[in-house]
Design a protein around this ligand. Structure first.
Ligand SMILES: *[C@@H]1O[C@H](CO)[C@@H](O)[C@H](O)[C@H]1NC(C)=O
Ligand SMILES: *[C@@H]1O[C@H](CO)[C@@H](O)[C@H](O)[C@H]1NC(C)=O
Ligand SMILES: *[C@@H]1O[C@H](CO)[C@@H](O)[C@H](O)[C@H]1NC(C)=O
Ligand SMILES: *[C@@H]1O[C@H](CO)[C@@H](O)[C@H](O)[C@H]1NC(C)=O
Ligand SMILES: *[C@@H]1O[C@H](CO)[C@@H](O)[C@H](O)[C@H]1NC(C)=O
Length: 530
């Protein structure tokens, strides 16, 4: 009995021990196996309720999410003087953008939060409510509820895609744009304004080349030249995967109440500026519009042909549109200010002083550069390349394309680094405007004689930009790409061509565009993102 009792006890103890060991092994196996643990904790972030932290992450609303990785550029000199002659054409091989970038930079892609301008206003509100209610409910929610809610969210995201991109509210109130980046990246993927086709539209152009005398330079108003074909005026850009809200002057102005839109760039930027002035006024004379150039130091200095830019204000909506001439988007500084023929330091890693001084006043900024990046222009302007405040010694940057690449990345990064400070600012880098010199270049008899629109095709079907430099520099940044290269490439008939005011025999302008014309479409695409 006793021995039996003890025996029983021993066998019981060993049983318990065996059971314990088995349980330990099982638990270990369970926790080490990701397959099993994935049942416990869903890994798919689509199915996860945003924690407080991720809600905060979506907070940095108006762009500039990656400011910390950006260098700051300081010490921009005061007296920036730039060659204000927007010479028509540039010397050879300025545009070999494609050679410039063979390998796309592998950057960390952070979808910019300010692509949210594409959301319907009401929807923003809805999402905000959803987020806050989630915050309250916390993570203890039942899994099934999470799933169904996420399903709703996804469904909404899909709805967003089919919504016209510019079902953007026309209200000018500053939208508080908080939303899941999941939605944004999906939208971005599907709705690319640069993909689409040119269609004939009898309701074009948006203004008359005869009528817009107040803003349009005669040299670009092809209606005032010897040109006799005007088919090119009746084309409208139609994005493929998104409906683009029709531009009207009043709609634009009402969206821009109390706001300032600035173009900073070369003569192609000036064309876009004049185009927008004509679009906003519908080409009609407006005696109420004020010249406010003096507020921005845009006054004509003695002995110069014209000021460095122009600024106009519509008093009815308190909307300011301005343009500043900066062909290189660099900081320029005379090396010896007392010497009138001094060389000029071209600080590739510093923004133009104008931009540094006035960026806080801008609500929309559109940058461009490109056609001045060639040896001829640099030499003619006596520009000497500087990096880090000293003459450049880097051989990669000594090469013109290397210098341009470095500058575009620098300026985009700098503007990006400013976005957190100016959350209302929407910044764009406009891609390269293509040239169409056939059988030569501007100084070797190159021509763009074709007058038949779209003889080389009317559609852009590829997703990626035709300007890899602009695309690379803006990738993952809050500065958005205004991608107009491929769609403009289809418009070789839209240039000034032989009909320039000077009409030098044998010299054609296949760089600048007739207005009304192609730059109007750039502004429509811009408008769709405001
Ligand atoms: C979120 O927004 C608030 C108010 O706009 C701001 O104070 C806060 O710093 C932001 N948080 C983050 C993480 O950006
Ligand atoms: C352009 O500059 C970026 C940033 O410095 C760099 O990552 C990229 O490799 C450069 N591309 C070329 C073609 O030099
Ligand atoms: C959205 O943002 C969160 C945190 O900000 C990030 O972990 C996640 O990968 C992002 N999702 C996408 C699709 O970019
Ligand atoms: C015009 O808008 C600016 C802000 O962009 C504001 O500071 C100014 O007070 C406005 N002026 C009028 C007359 O409303
Ligand atoms: C424009 O600015 C004026 C003056 O600051 C202000 O009274 C008005 O409410 C503003 N309008 C909008 C739509 O922000």
């Amino acid at each position: 009995m006793k021995g039996g009792f003890i025996g029983l006890k021993i066998s019981q103890v060993s049983l318990v021990l065996i059971g314990f060991v088995c349980a330990t092994v099982l638990v270990l196996a369970w926790t080490k196996t990701t397959f099993l643990s994935s049942f416990v904790q869903p890994q798919d972030h689509f199915l996860r309720v945003p924690s407080d932290r991720s809600v905060k992450d979506t907070n940095s609303s108006d762009g500039g999410s990656s400011s910390s990785q950006l260098g700051t550029i300081a010490n921009v000199p005061k007296n920036e003087r730039e060659d204000i002659r927007p010479s028509i054409v540039d010397s050879t091989n300025s545009d070999k953008v494609s050679e410039e970038i063979n390998s796309k930079p592998a950057e960390n892609i952070t979808p910019p939060m300010n692509t949210m301008s594409t959301n319907a206003h009401g929807k923003d509100e809805r999402n905000k409510h959803m987020t806050t209610s989630k915050e309250r409910q916390g993570v203890e929610e039942k899994a099934s509820e999470k799933v169904s809610e996420e399903k709703i969210r996804l469904k909404e995201a899909e709805n967003d895609i089919s919504l016209p991109i510019s079902s953007v509210s026309t209200s000018s109130s500053s939208k508080s744009e908080r939303k899941e980046n999941v939605t944004i990246s999906r939208e971005k993927q599907v709705c690319n304004l640069a993909k689409g086709k040119w269609v004939e539209d009898p309701k074009r152009p948006l203004y008359s080349g005869f009528g817009c005398k107040q803003w349009l330079s005669p040299m670009w108003a092809c209606r005032l030249t010897q040109r006799t074909d005007f088919e090119y005026e009746f084309l409208r850009w139609q994005p493929r995967d998104c409906r683009m809200e029709a531009f009207t002057g009043p709609k634009f102005l009402s969206r821009m109440v109390n706001k300032t839109l600035a173009f900073v760039g070369d003569s192609l930027g000036r064309q876009q500026f004049q185009s927008l002035m004509c679009m906003a006024t519908e080409g009609k004379a407006r005696s109420d519009v004020l010249d406010v150039g003096v507020e921005y130091g845009l006054v004509q200095a003695p002995g110069t042909k014209r000021p460095d830019g122009w600024a106009y204000r519509f008093p009815s909506t308190n909307t300011t549109i301005l343009y500043y001439w900066s062909a290189s988007l660099c900081g320029l500084e005379p090396i010896d200010p007392s010497n009138p023929t001094t060389d000029v330091a071209m600080h590739l890693d510093r923004p133009p002083a104008f931009l540094r001084h006035f960026i806080h006043k801008f609500d929309v900024l559109v940058l461009n550069t490109g056609h001045h990046w060639n040896r001829g222009k640099l030499n003619a302007n006596r520009w000497v390349i500087y990096v880090g405040g000293v003459p450049n010694t880097d051989r990669k940057i000594a090469n013109i394309n290397g210098a341009k690449n470095f500058t575009v990345y620098s300026i985009v990064s700098w503007v990006n680094s400013q976005l957190p400070k100016y959350p209302r600012l929407k910044a764009f880098y406009r891609s390269m405007s293509p040239r169409h010199f056939f059988n030569g270049d501007w100084n070797t008899g190159g021509t763009c004689d074709n007058t038949t629109p779209l003889s080389g095709g009317k559609e852009v079907l590829k997703e990626e930009s035709s300007d890899p430099l602009a695309a690379g520099a803006t990738r993952g940044k809050g500065v958005k790409l205004l991608d107009i290269t491929a769609l403009s490439e289809l418009r070789d008939e839209g240039h000034i061509s032989r009909y320039s005011i000077k009409a030098t025999p044998g010299v054609q302008d296949c760089l600048h565009w007739c207005l009304p014309g192609v730059p109007d479409a750039w502004n429509e695409i811009l408008f769709a993102q405001l």
